[in-house]
Design a binder for this molecule. Structure first.
Ligand code: CU
Length: 180
């Protein structure tokens, strides 16, 4: 059996850590403060979702993020407006709020609240088009903002939506990618 020097093994680990850190830094989406408007007086949050903003995840991203890399937190009972714009040159995309489940459904998902989806969620909004979604965040809990075009959500096209019983304003933050 070949013996390995500790120095060599440590060097290899250091290299892997450097690569992993570099990849993580590259993939962490930047949060643009203009994406979210939080209006405490009106109990209303508006969130701009640009589908296919970057080539990340084969274009199946919102604002460059997929698999929960962004988390929108909204106080319970607030009105939420999602401004969906499809920047993807090829694929249709939609937006639907669903209860957080694992695995993320491939198809057949239903909105968690009345009107919490674009009009034809499985067909999606065509490239270059936009559509607004407006709903009331009626129950606290963990939800996903999910693309209901079959296969897209399961491929990672979803962000987290936390409806909070304690928050007093809406916030948006980068969060680690993982299953819901
Ligand atoms: Cu999609």
């Amino acid at each position: 059996m070949m013996s390995r020097s500790p120095h060599r093994v440590n060097g290899c680990i250091a290299f892997l850590v450097t690569v992993a850190t570099g990849l993580a830094a590259q993939q962490t989406p930047q949060v643009d403060p203009t994406w979210l408007k939080s209006d405490s007086a009106a109990s209303r949050a508006e969130f701009t979702l640009v589908a296919g903003l970057t080539p990340a995840n084969g274009g199946m991203n919102y604002d460059g993020a997929s698999a929960g890399e962004l988390t929108l937190t909204v106080p319970v009972h607030w009105s939420v407006v999602l401004h969906l714009r499809n920047n993807d040159q090829v694929l249709p995309h939609s937006a639907m709020v669903i209860a957080a489940v694992s695995p993320v459904p491939v198809t057949g998902a239903k909105p968690a609240f009345p009107h919490a989806a674009t009009r034809r969620p499985e067909d999606g909004v065509s490239p270059g088009e936009h559509e607004d979604v407006q709903f009331v965040a009626g129950r606290a809990g963990s939800y996903l903002i999910y693309c209901a075009v079959p296969g897209h959500g399961a491929a990672g096209m979803w962000l987290r939506l936390d409806i909070s019983a304690t928050a007093h304003q809406a916030t948006l933050e980068a969060t680690p990618a993982k299953s819901p």
